[in-house]
Structure formats: structure tokens, C-alpha cells
Design a protein around this ligand. Sequence first.
Ligand code: SF4
Ligand code: SF4
Length: 350
Amino acid sequence: MSKNDAYAALAARHGYKDSLRYRRILEYLMTPKQAEMVNLMPAKFVELAKKFRTDEADVKRQLEELYRKGVIFARSPEALEEASFALAVVQLHDITMCPLGLDIKRDKKLFELWDDFCVNEWDPDQVASWIKLDVPQGRVVPAYRSILDSPEILPCEDMRQIIKSARSIAVAHCTCRRRKESVGKKCKKSHDMVDIQFNIAAEYLIGNNAGKRLTAEEALALIDKCEEKGLIHTCENSTRMRPRWGMCNCCTDCCMVYEPIYRFKAPVTKCMAKSRYEARVNEELCTGCDMCIDWCPFSAIAMVNTDGLKEPKASIDVERCMGCGVCVLKCDFKALSMKLVRPPEHIPPA
Ligand code: SF4
Ligand code: SF4
């Protein structure tokens, strides 16, 4: 098969024309005929039927299949003549591994192909682009239960307000964890569905059997569960109340952002903005139990022998602290708290 075919043309749109690994993903997701159709989208059924010497019903059936897989996107399944190919790698990555009907054992091949491409090509490219950014694209949102006493919390950093402001909410599989699990990596923090999406994205996932609808109360209960597991609330770096990414609940061992950042030893703050808060230790309350050390996702806590104290106490490296607040919820002795250290302007306007 020629390399200058429909698959190559689609891969080129995402910047990976010569990538054999990306090509293999596209070949897994669509037949050669379907790849040609996708290249011509958006298009009328009648035009595609004529071009491919078939009937409109066959064209519609093929496009419905591609829509269900997350290869093409439209306002709704009824508007497939307006559909077009995924805009970028990230959209294809997130949606094609999301459907509830996928099984990481039965559909292992798809997840393996994605992981091979990500680990070897996409991750290094992403890290190289992130380190050139002037403003990080993502932002850590503090665990809401760690800042309950803060009088100056902004709506866009308050998980309760973010959830309550959404018209509709859905939860979906975290595709980063699904992908890593398929290649035998066990996430240390969670295997649950924790990717929260809002409004249009939520309706898309629910309509495409790729997400489950949640009430605001159910979403808040899920947020509580994420905070208990020590997951990091992460969203786009702006004051927008319904973040376009939705609300990720990340770990640093699977996440498509945090994991490669650490693997390539790049500065995490180039890609992810800290929250406006920082952790503080009350040495009088700290027993030195060291439960918070491994719990901190950013390795920002160490045990130190402070002058005059016999026992080591927890100490925060403020350079490393991202302000996620998960340590505060882990300390049974209430020795950790969050301090507001950055102005509202730290979060760029939407
Ligand atoms: S968990 Fe709390 S008590 Fe234990 S070391 Fe950390 S700060 Fe100190
Ligand atoms: S010390 Fe670690 S766990 Fe605590 S807020 Fe900072 S980054 Fe998060």
C-alpha cells in the first residue's frame, strides 16, 4: 500500500505523516475505504455514495461506525454529513479509548498501539513543545477539603462551585490509566472512572456511550473519593468555570502530562501551573509519622531534623509544592494546612 494514501493524509493532519506507529493506529480504527471517506468529510451521503459506488445507507452505516469509535466528530449522530476527522492527536487519543464498550483485555491491541506511539513519539514531542510555553496550559486545583477554611477562594478553584455551575456532568474512563493498565502498569492511586466532563462534552460522551451521567451530588461524591485517593484535580489554566478539558483527576504515574514530564526530567511548572496555595507544616502537631512523604505526588515533602527538635518533622519544599492539597487530607494529626500565597491574577482570565 502506498504511503501517500488516505491514512498518510490523515496522519499528516495531526503532524505524523511519516509515523508508522500512528499509521498502525489509524489502520486499526478504519478500513482503507473508511480512511478515504474520512479524508473527504464533511460531505453529503449522496456524494460519498457516488464516489465509492455504493448506496447512501452503506455510507451512513460506515460513518455511524466511525462516529461511535470517536474517529469523526459532529454536533450529533443525526448530523453526520457535517462530521470531520478528529482535530488533533489528543482528541483521537482520548475518545477512541473512552467507549464504555471497550475492554482492555479484548481490545488490548488498540491500547497497545496507542501506548507504543505515545511513549516513543508523542510524549517526547509534547514535552519538547511544553518547555517552550510562556504560560502553562494546565492548572492544579486544590483539593477542596484542604482549603475549606480559606476565606479568599475563587470560584474557579473551588471544586464545589465548578461542579454546581455545570448544566450537565458526565464521568468517563481516564484513557491514560486505561492505556497504561493494558500494558501491565498498575496505577498506584485509582482504577475508577474519574474523568469528569461538563456540558457539551458531557452530552457527547453520554450520547456516544462513552460516559455516564452524574448529578451534581454524585459528582461531588466522586470528587470526595478522588481526594481520598490522593488524585490531583487538574484543568485548563484559566478562570473558566466549565473547563474545556473537563476536570481530570490525575496521578503522576499514568497521566499523559505528568508522567512524561517526569520521565524526561522537564520542569513540571512549564506545563502545569501551581494552585494559588502552598502546604505548611505545624511542627508542634507533626508526629513524624511520615505518611505524607510518599502521598505527595510531587515529592515536595521530606523529614528533617529541625534545630532544637529531637524527632524529625515533615518539611515542605515550596519550589516543588504544586498546591494540590492532597497531603493535608492524608495527615491524621492535622499538622498540614494550605496557605494562600499567590494573587488572583496568578490564574489567567478565560
Ligand atoms: S502525615 Fe502529618 S504527622 Fe505525619 S509526618 Fe506528615 S505532617 Fe507529620
Ligand atoms: S506538599 Fe505535595 S501533596 Fe502537599 S500540597 Fe504540596 S504538592 Fe501537594
